[in-house]
Structures are given as structure tokens and as C-alpha cells.
Design a protein around this ligand. Structure first.
Ligand SMILES: [Zn+2]
Length: 94
């Protein structure tokens, strides 16, 4: 089950990740929706609200996807892992 493995890996590597980690050099914040969209997320609005110590999990419900979903999975990725063009459609809602 690819989905089960991915969930398992995510919980171990990213489940406790904090928003502030996304500001590390060569790191970026990404959202992935169940519909398949992936988008880079700018953490600045959240950092401005003093949320840098929030876990990514606690921020996922603040995202909105173009498909209508009211949450998306957040991940911190190294720049080398970021996909090329075509990503988008997910934005910070609040
Ligand atoms: Zn979506």
C-alpha cells in the first residue's frame, strides 16, 4: 500500500516539524492536497502571526485548495526536492 507507507513516513519525519524549520537555509514549505495538487506555500503570513513554533499539522487546516478542500498536507522540503513548473492552486487561507 503506497498510501499507507507514505503516511507512515510522513508521521515519522514531518509529524512534529515546526513551521520555523521552513525558514532554514535551502528549505521550503510545500502543501499537498488529496486531489494531487502541490504548491509552494509562503510561511511569512504565519510567521508574522507568531506561529513559528506551531507544528505543521496544526496549520494544515489553514490552507485552501482550488479543488475546494479545506486542508492540505504540509511538508518541509529541501530545494532540490521541489517539483518544477505546474505546481500551484493551494494557498494560505488565514
Ligand atoms: Zn485539492
Amino acid at each position: 500500500m503506497a498510501d499507507g507507507n507514505r503516511q507512515f513516513a510522513r508521521e515519522w519525519s514531518f509529524g512534529e516539524a515546526r513551521l520555523g524549520w521552513a525558514t532554514a537555509a535551502r528549505s521550503s514549505l510545500w502543501a499537498r492536497c488529496a486531489c494531487g495538487r502541490e504548491a509552494a506555500v509562503d510561511p511569512k503570513p504565519w510567521l508574522a502571526q507568531g506561529l513559528s513554533r506551531q507544528t505543521l499539522h496544526d496549520l494544515e487546516h489553514r490552507l485552501r485548495c482550488a479543488c475546494g478542500a479545506r486542508r492540505a498536507q504540509l511538508e518541509i522540503r529541501g530545494l532540490a526536492e521541489a517539483p518544477g513548473g505546474g505546481a500551484g492552486g493551494i494557498h494560505v487561507f488565514r
